[in-house]
Every structure is written in structure tokens, then in C-alpha cells.
Design a protein around this ligand. Structure first.
Ligand SMILES: [Zn+2]
Length: 372
């Protein structure tokens, strides 16, 4: 997702496009221009079919953007800032900076997207209806009406995190009075839909409908993954809301001194079985040394090489303050794929925040589903 590029800024919302969209754009234009439109109306030039295909694909693109903009504007109106809209292979995602804090707000934000798609379907149909069927624009409008209808209906399937799943969650949330429990139920139902799609995909495979079969399996799997990911993220945010780094970190840290020879350091690795040791001198952080760095030195030189010669110096390390929000630091660790962050206050090492400890805590929250 990081390779997306920005194409527009609408109502202060950045609109990014994922490179996968270019492939979809080509596939759609190609299929429409060479199969769909020639099958609907005969006798046009190839250039006309291609123009129809490309314009229709652009209009589909605009429809999906409008769907996401509708979500975004409703979110902004409800006081939820939108980071950006990313358009990718299947459609788009409007990234909200936080989850809605009331079921009513969630309901409005979720419903306005499919409503927009269904509205666009109706609009395209109203344009199509009075026109003679042999016009290029008629087939284009007919196709747009159908695709927007399908987008609207698919998004209403109550499988979280699809819009319909969000509608369902808003309802459950209203009755259960707990967003986390409502999300868990909505995600569970979403998984049922995901597995149904995968099952259908396999059935189609056995019937030799390869493309449709694989497509359903792929969509089902994506849906399952998306549901799990959004639940994990929610649990994570709820569990660590207001928790500072100092509460999540372990403060009993085994450190080594910069002058320690590598052969002695190796003994320490064997004894504690850690992946790395912070290097400190008089309490102050000097660096971090991992066993990978020892491996780069030939064994016969271990006794004459100091830890400080192989370690990563402190200024190149990921460091957190004990007063920072744990969630913020964890996000950074996930984004940069860091296993641990050293917690430093006024140059002194006060603890380590490791991914393993945080994951254990997250897992506990997920299994128990308790709210804080
Ligand atoms: Zn939507």
C-alpha cells in the first residue's frame, strides 16, 4: 500500500491510487472494449469500442471515488477526520483517523456509501431508459447502472468490514452496549460469509469454472483477512488506549558494557538467550548489540574485539520515551518492522518495549474480549 501515488485532493482529503488500479483499469477497458460492448452493439469501429471502454472504466472509477467520498464527508461531518482515500484493486478505502464513538454515527457513515452507489445506479438507469438502445451511450449507461447496483448490493452484505457489516455492527453495538463485543460478533458473521465464498469458489473449481472459482476463493480469503485485521486493530487500540510506554515496557533489562570482549558477550547470549543486548555505560545508552553482529567477526578475533566495535550506536536506534503512548510506539514498530524499542529518559536506559510482550497482552485481550 505504500507504493500508492496521489492523484487529487478533494474537500481537503487526499486521494491516492494504488498501482494495482492501473492493471484493473487495463483489464476493465480491455474486456469492455473487446468483448462486452462489441457483444451488445454491432457495427462500430474498434476505436469507438475502445473509447467506450476507457470512458466507462473512468466513470466506474469516478463512481467508486464518489462512494468513498460519501463515507468521508459523512465522517468529517460527524467529527472524524479522514486521512486519505486509497483506490486499489477492488475499490477504495477511506481511512478514518479513529473509529466512530457512537453506533448512530457508524450507521450513517456506513450507509451513505452503498446509498451513493445505488443512487448512481438509478441515475445511470434514468439516463439509459429514454435513449434508443443502439447508441454507444446507452450501453455505457446500462453497464454503469449494473455495476453501481452490484457495488451497492455487495457492500451491503453483512460481512465486517464491508459497509453492511458496519451497519450490522452499529446495530449490535446499540443493543449490546459494547463496541468490542459487537465487532467480535460482526467479524464472526463476516468470516461465515468469507468461508461461504471460499466454499462456493471450490464448488466452481470442481465444475471447471476456473476463473470464477479462483476469484471467489480470493475474495473470500481477502474478506476473512480484512475482518481479522480490523478486529485485531480495534482490540489493540482499545486495550492500549491511554497506556503509556512505561506501563508496557519491562524495566529489568540485561545490559552489557561497551568494553566487554566478544567472547564474554557470547557467553551472555548463551546464558540469557536474548536476541540483543542494550549497551550502556554508567546507565547511559551507548548502543545495541545483536548476535548477528558477532557472527560477522571471525571467532579467533572475539577475545580482542570489544562490543563497542560491532554494536549499532545509540543515535541509530529506535528509541521511545516512557511517557509516550504505547499504541503510537507499537504502530511505529509495526510499520518499521522492529522487534523492540529501547526506552530512554534523559539519555538513560529505563526499559525495553518488546513486540513479544505486547503481542501476549493483545492476545489476552482478544481471547477474553474485555474492555477497559
Ligand atoms: Zn463503502
Amino acid at each position: 500500500m505504500n507504493s500508492s501515488f496521489r492523484i487529487a485532493r478533494i474537500f481537503g482529503i487526499n486521494v491516492d491510487i494504488n498501482p494495482s488500479w492501473l492493471l484493473v483499469f487495463f483489464l476493465f477497458s480491455f474486456t469492455l472494449s473487446t468483448h462486452y460492448f462489441p457483444g451488445m452493439i454491432e457495427g462500430f469501429d474498434t476505436a469507438v469500442y475502445w473509447s467506450m471502454g476507457i470512458i466507462t472504466t473512468l466513470l466506474i472509477f469516478a463512481s467508486i471515488l464518489l462512494h468513498e467520498l460519501a463515507h468521508s464527508l459523512m465522517a468529517i461531518r460527524s467529527g472524524i477526520p479522514i486521512k486519505k482515500i486509497t483506490l486499489f484493486i477492488f475499490g477504495g478505502v477511506a481511512q478514518m483517523e479513529k473509529e466512530p464513538d457512537q453506533p448512530g454515527v457508524e450507521l450513517k457513515i456506513a450507509l451513505v456509501g452503498p446509498a451513493t452507489s445505488l443512487g448512481l445506479a438509478l441515475l445511470a438507469w434514468l439516463i439509459y431508459r429514454p435513449l434508443p438502445p443502439d447508441l454507444a451511450i446507452s450501453s455505457m449507461m446500462w453497464f454503469l447502472a449494473r455495476i453501481n447496483f452490484v457495488v451497492g448490493v455487495i457492500n451491503l452484505i453483512p460481512a465486517f468490514p464491508l459497509d453492511g457489516g458496519r451497519v450490522l455492527r452499529a446495530g449490535l453495538w446499540h443493543f449490546m452496549k459494547s463496541m468490542l463485543r459487537a465487532t467480535r460478533a460482526a467479524v464472526a458473521l463476516g468470516s461465515v460469509f468469507a468461508f461461504l465464498a471460499i466454499g462456493l469458489g471450490f464448488l466452481l473449481l470442481f465444475q471447471m469454472y476456473w476463473v470464477w472459482g479462483l476469484w471467489y476463493i480470493f475474495l473470500g480469503w481477502m474478506l476473512y483477512q480484512a475482518g481479522q485485521a480490523s478486529y485485531t486493530q480495534l482490540v489493540f487500540q482499545q486495550a492500549f488506549k491511554g497506556v503509556s510506554v512505561s506501563r508496557g515496557m519491562s524495566s529489568e533489562v540485561q545490559t552489557v558494557e561497551p568494553d566487554l570482549a566478544l567472547d564474554r558477550l557470547v557467553e551472555k547470549f548463551y546464558r540469557y538467550k536474548f536476541g540483543a543486548f542494550p549497551v550502556t555505560y554508567g546507565g547511559r545508552l551507548r548502543g545495541l548489540v545483536s548476535y548477528h553482529q558477532i557472527r560477522e567477526i571471525p571467532q579467533e578475533k572475539w577475545s580482542e574485539t570489544k562490543t563497542s566495535q560491532v554494536m549499532t550506536p545509540a543515535d541509530q536506534l529506535a528509541i521511545a520515551s516512557p511517557h509516550q503512548e504505547a499504541v503510537e510506539v507499537m504502530m511505529k514498530m509495526a510499520a518499521e518492522n522492529l522487534g523492540r524499542v529501547l526506552v530512554v529518559e534523559n539519555g538513560e536506559l529505563v526499559g525495553i518495549l518488546s513486540r513479544t510482550d505486547m503481542m501476549k497482552l493483545i492476545n489476552l485481550h482478544m481471547q477474553l474480549g474485555t474492555e477497559k
